[in-house]
Design a protein around this ligand. Structure first.
Ligand code: GLN
Length: 553
């Protein structure tokens, strides 16, 4: 019998419900119980693929090419699992499918309503993920906060699940915030009481309440939550803000959540094996020598826009016994100002240009790529970062400022990056890019092949534009080589510079495959190269980049 753990959020958003769900996944997995996880997102978009990162943060891509919520990234990283499109359900998908069924005549004669038609569709999708994966435990996070109008059909669906699946097979976990009032120096439980009341009004009595807080939660506060919210005292689980998100599974386990869950769901009692996870967290928390990476993008004010990139850098640094310090550089702010480019980038040991869309900020990224090339600073380009590297190199190699991507200048005489042939004529914007996993063949003797130590790899994509093969020969002759190719050899998947310590860019997104205890090979080798780059001041009074040449040899 499949067991379901439903996770809802109360009081405010952004208290770490996604991390809590992912951590619960890790706790279950650590007991050798098979687990999968799903996110229910109440917005009307079919998927977040068409949303701006300012609205939604990063779009996470699954191996089967679904554009999903960034929480799926946390799930994959914490549980070390590869999810599919089934793990991401939105109101948009649910309604599209109910309406398509209505048009087909599946409900002939009936009036289509939220209950039961929409709720049935939601429950079908929840059960489906359990069936396909065969997991014993299915964790389901409901996006948004209890009380949101959009969330109601989802809450109604999960309410019905308990009577249909049986009490022992369904668990409700509510994640709330216990705010601190500085004027009186007190932690307040009232917002939690209100949000639990709201849940109860819908018919859900939480079994476990996870209380997020910035300050220690005393016994009397726990008693109060227990009394007013009718949960066992053991079921009030404090979750204080911790230095690294990867510590959350340990904190929850320590607070007894794992044992409580196994007891409530009548799962076999077993000792969790979190030893490796614990030593990884210890390594992350031990202060280490920093490695400074400049991340040059246009959504840098919103860190969530690059969450998988940030995590992948952190995983790589941990592996190398370093601590990554990311310098967030707004590409628009350095645009056209060489002095600024230099002052901002002279202290970084590596430069990352991540993915993105649209012309805004592109020239600033190109200047950053030029800086990396000229000053021999390790560079990692991710998707758009490959386009930027190719455009910059073509401008240098062809001695012209005209080379560009047709995404930015459709009439450029040197379209070094152009629309993929199968994208021509595509009108719809949603879900139409080249998405998901494709094979990439590595070219022997390249930095990319050395990093992977394999000849064929599988990586996840999300793009419309690609390296234009018309320029392949010219650019390869000048030193920009293709080091990874699609299966048929037609698409350039990785490029790198010959005469540079480490300048590599990928058409795919390696960041989605990095794990805290298993960094992605390209991030690992990029950060390793960065650790060998001297920072400003390290070799005073010699000019920085002159000295560096010797270091890389
Ligand atoms: N805008 C580029 C394209 O569509 C790059 C996409 C990306 O960085 N994910 O090809």
């Amino acid at each position: 019998m499949t067991k379901y753990v439903f996770i809802t959020g109360g009081v405010v958003s952004s208290v770490g419900k996604g991390i809590t769900a992912a951590s619960i996944g890790r706790i279950v997995k650590s007991r050798a119980i098979s687990v999968t996880i799903q996110k229910l997102d109440p917005y009307l978009n079919v998927d977040p693929g068409t949303m701006s990162p300012y609205q939604h943060g990063e779009v996470f891509v699954t191996q089967d090419g679904a554009e999903t919520d960034l929480d799926l990234g946390h799930y994959e990283r914490f549980i070390d699992i590869e999810l599919t499109a089934e793990s991401s359900v939105t109101t948009g998908q649910v309604y599209s499918s109910v309406i398509a069924k209505e048009r087909r005549g599946d409900f002939l004669g009936g009036t289509i309503q939220v209950v039961p038609h929409v709720t049935n569709e939601i429950k079908k999708r929840i059960r489906q993920v359990g069936e396909t994966s065969g997991a014993s435990v299915v964790i389901v996070e409901v996006g948004g906060t209890v009380g949101d109008i959009e969330g109601l059909p989802f809450l109604e669906a999960i309410r019905q699940m308990r009577s249909e699946e049986g009490r022992d097979n369904v668990l409700y976990v509510h994640v709330t915030l216990i705010p601190y009032i500085s004027s009186t120096g007190e932690l307040k439980t009232k917002p939690t009481q209100h949000s639990v009341n709201e849940l109860r009004r819908i018919g859900i009595q939480p079994d476990i309440i996870v209380c997020r807080s910035d300050y220690a939660i005393s016994e009397p506060i726990k008693e109060k939550v227990s009394l007013f919210c009718s949960v066992d005292r053991r079921a009030v689980i404090p979750l204080l803000t911790v230095p690294t998100i990867y510590e959350v599974p340990l904190v929850l386990e320590e607070a007894g959540l794992g044992d409580l869950m196994t007891e409530m769901l009548r799962l076999p009692a077993s000792r969790p094996d979190l030893d490796d996870w614990r030593s990884m967290v210890e390594r992350m928390k031990t202060p280490k020598e920093p490695v400074t990476i400049g991340l040059v993008g246009k959504y840098v004010e919103l860190r969530d826009a690059y969450i998988s990139v940030r995590e992948a850098l952190c995983h790589a640094a941990t592996y190398l016994d370093r601590q990554v310090s990311i310098q967030w550089v707004n590409s628009e702010e350095i645009e056209g100002d060489e002095g600024k480019v230099d002052s901002v980038l002279r202290s970084v040991q590596g430069i990352v240009v991540p993915g993105g869309f649209g012309y805004r900020g592109i020239e600033g990224m190109t200047q950053a790529a030029r800086y990396a090339r000229e000053h021999k600073i390790p560079y990692l380009g991710l998707c758009l970062g490959l386009h930027i590297m190719v455009v910059e190199y073509a401008r240098y190699a062809l001695g012209s400022n005209e080379p560009n991507s047709t995404e930015f200048r459709p009439d450029t005489p040197y379209p070094v990056i152009s629309l993929m042939p199968d994208q021509c004529g595509v009108q719809d914007k949603g879900g139409t890019m080249r998405l998901g996993t494709y094979l990439c063949h590595l070219v022997e003797g390249t930095r990319a092949a050395a990093a992977y130590g394999e000849s064929v790899v599988r990586e996840r994509h999300r793009h419309r534009f690609e390296f234009n093969n018309e320029f392949r020969y010219t650019l390869e002759k000048k030193g920009l080589i293709a080091s990874g190719l699609s299966e048929d050899g037609r698409l350039v998947e990785i490029v790198e510079l010959v005469d540079h310590p480490w300048m590599v860019a990928t058409q795919f997104h390696p960041e989605f495959r990095s794990r805290p205890n298993l960094p992605h090979p390209l991030f690992r080798e990029f950060v390793r190269a960065a650790t060998k780059t001297l920072r400003e001041g390290d070799q005073h009074p010699l000019p920085l980049h002159q000295e560096m040449k010797g270091v890389h040899k």
